[in-house]
Every structure is written in C-alpha cells, then in structure tokens.
Design a protein around this ligand. Structure first.
Ligand code: XIL
Length: 385
C-alpha cells in the first residue's frame, strides 16, 4: 500500500487551493493539476526520456514550446541526449567539437529544472570516420591520448550539469556473437588499439571522467543486461575488477530495449541487487518495448496489454531496488522512436505519434503513484533544482 499517494495528492490539492485563494476563487473549485510521471515519481528516482537536441530542441522557445517540448518538460525529471554527445556528433573532426545539440539539451533541461544523463564516451558505434580510420594504425598510447582529450573536454564542459554519465557503452559482445561474451576489442576502436590491456584503459576512462566532473555518477551501460546472464556475469566480474583497481565506477545501467518477440527475464531484480551489493547505483537507461506489427501497422489489443505489462515490470524492478536512481525511456512518442528505422517492429514507446497516452504510459504512472518513497538518500544532489 502506498504512503506517497495521499501525500502527493494532498500537496497538489493544497497548492491548487493556495493558487485559487490568491486568485480570489473559492478553494472548493480548485482542481489539482494532472498527475505526470514526474510528479508521481518517488523523490529518489528520476523518470527520464531520451531527446535528440539537434533534431527537436534547437528551436526551443521557453514561452512557446512545441507540443513535443511541452510534454517532455512536463512529464520527465531527466533527459538523455539521444545522439548529441556521441563522438560522431560532438567531435566530428580531430580538432572540431560541435556542442550545438548537447548545449540545446542542457539548456532545455535547465529551463525545465531537469537532470541530464550523459551518453556516451566509449562505444563501438557512431564514431566519426576519422576515429575509425585512425584506429587501424593507432598505438595504444595514441588512442589513449585522443580518448583522454575527448573525455576531459566533453565531461569538463558539462561538469556540474550532469548527474549520471554512461561512460562505457556496450563494451561486451553477446553470447551469440562470434567469440562469445568478451570485450569488444575488435569493434571498439579504442579497445582495439589497447587490446593488450583493455580493462586498464576502461578504468582510466572512468578516472578521467571523474577528474573532469567529480559530482557525476559514472556508469557502465548495455543492452541484454537486464537479467542474470552470461553478459551480465561478465559485467559483474569487470565491475569487481575495476573497483578493486580503485576506478571510480559508480553505476550499472540496463538499457532495456525489449521486444515482445522475446520473454521477460524475471531475474532483473536479482541482477540489479547483485550490482547494488557491490556498492553501485543501478538504472534503467533506454527502455522501450517494440513488437512485430501486422500489415496494417497496428498492434493487437493483446500486444498493447503485454507492452504495458513489460513497462510495468521494468519499472517495478527499479522501484524494488533502493539503489535504482533513474528510469529512462528511449523517447516517449512513436513518431520519434529509433525502433522502426532499425527493427522490423514498432509501437515501442509510451505514446503514439499523436502523443496519445498508451496503456504503457498509465502502467508507469500507476506504478509510480503506488510506489513508496525510497529510503536511500537522494542521489544525486539535484543539481538543477
Ligand atoms: C540510437 C538512437 O536512438 C538513434 O537515433 C541512432 O540512429 C542510433 O542510436 N543503444 C544505445 C543508444 O546506447 O545510444 C542507441 O541510440 C540505441 C541502442
């Protein structure tokens, strides 16, 4: 049973009554504001969405936001730049940084009193051509210099504005990849150049990021990382190794790109708990639930219900573990979702293209409304509040 619901409601009603009184309207006529994901979230959990600043925020005008921007500001307490902080966008040439998209995300977050999750610093994908080409000839020292300069520049620029950073993204292969679960020392240009000691390099990336922004919580992040499996076993070992080396690793993120084609792994809570037991924070960082659609492009009633249930289970795993700091959806509307461009599936987010709220949205809203406030101290210190 919830302790927070009556309190949240009472605060909302009281606030509405005060406003009404100030306006000279009888308090009885005051209606509380519509609940949002953000307003219902327990105080120690951020509810976030990815947003592509370059595409959707460059035209942001505080006084006249687009419908998309209005919902993004109203529903979410946190935003993740979907592409704007990736190497290819932010560092397109060796001596050229382009901060325009990332700056737009930070400015939007400030205007809406939101937190920002940084994403990402070390990844095998969305690297600029100059990195991919250079990696064929780099010595490890050369690769380290390039990476160190990048990490200090990007993390330093936004120091104090980012509460969590996905420092290393998708650094392990999957069980089904050639060679099985192991560090991506071929696909990742930096791990490739330093394949003699990839863990040493990973630890240093965390050190550089921590020096550049000591307040940000630094995460490992991956897909197929929800439950206990061969990949998360490898992460669990890596986390222990990094911590034993004194690297400032502080969190483990499960992306949670799910599909109704596959089952839901009920070991998610246990997986989060084992990382929490190492002293790490955990987070759901990129949630969406896609599905194969019929010829008409529409989901069935059953699929819609199953999707809501998946979102609910993801949220519950996070709510059940006190160390879970944030729950982020990878975009909130189907019109902007990355899914149809990459998979023969769709309907993955919590709102339709026309911003109609799906049962999945209400599953999250109800889950948050029923949640008891966590007992862990609020992390991070709420930089933008
Ligand atoms: C995706 C973006 O959503 C797309 O716009 C882009 O074209 C490709 O990358 N895992 C991640 C994210 O960590 O950065 C990816 O984002 C989705 C998978």
């Amino acid at each position: 049973m919830s302790h927070s619901t009556p309190i949240k409601r009472a605060v909302a009603v009281a606030a509405a009554a005060v406003t009404a009184l100030a306006l000279g309207v009888p308090a009885a006529q005051a209606t509380p504001p519509e609940p949002t994901l953000r307003s219902e979230a327990p105080r120690d959990l951020e509810i976030g969405s990815a947003v592509w600043g370059q595409r959707d925020l460059l035209d942001h005008d505080r006084k006249n936001p687009t419908e998309f921007q209005r919902i993004l500001g109203a529903e979410f307490g946190s935003v993740t730049p979907e592409n704007d902080m990736k190497w290819a966008e932010i560092h397109p040439e060796p001596d050229v940084y382009d901060f325009s998209g990332a700056d737009a995300v930070i400015a939007f977050a400030k205007a809406n009193r939101q937190e920002v999750r940084g994403h990402t610093l070390l990844w095998h994908s969305q690297n600029p051509d100059w990195v991919t080409e250079a990696s064929n000839t780099w010595t490890c020292d050369e690769a380290r210099d390039v990476l160190e300069d990048h990490v200090r520049t990007v993390v330093g620029r936004y120091a104090g504005e980012i509460y969590e950073w996905d420092v290393a993204n998708e650094i392990f292969q999957d069980e089904w990849d050639a060679g099985g679960v192991r560090l991506r020392t071929e696909a990742n240009p930096f791990l490739k150049a330093c394949s003699a000691d990839p863990v040493g390099l990973i630890g240093d990336v965390f050190r550089w990021a921590h020096e550049a922004d000591p307040e940000a919580l630094l995460f490992l992040n991956d897909y197929n990382a929800e439950g206990i499996n061969a990949k998360t076993d490898a992460y669990y070992e890596l986390a222990q190794e990094l911590l034993a080396d004194g690297a400032p690793l502080q969190g483990f993120g499960a992306q949670a790109h799910l599909s109704l084609q596959y089952g839901f792994d009920d070991s998610m809570r246990a997986n989060f708990e084992r990382f929490a037991a190492l002293g790490l924070k955990v987070a759901v960082t990129e949630a969406d639930v896609r599905m194969p659609l019929g010829d008409d492009g529409e989901p069935t009633t059953e699929q819609i219900a199953l999707q809501a249930d998946r979102y609910d289970r993801l949220l519950q795993a996070c709510l059940d573990v006190a160390a879970c700091t944030s729950f982020t959806v990878w975009g909130f509307d189907d019109g902007r979702s990355w899914v149809p461009g990459v998979f023969p599936e769709g309907y993955a987010t919590i709102m339709t293209e026309g911003f109609e709220k799906k049962p999945a949205y209400f599953a999250l809203l109800d889950g948050l409304t029923d949640a008891t406030p966590g007992t862990s101290p609020r992390t991070p210190p709420g930089l933008n509040r």
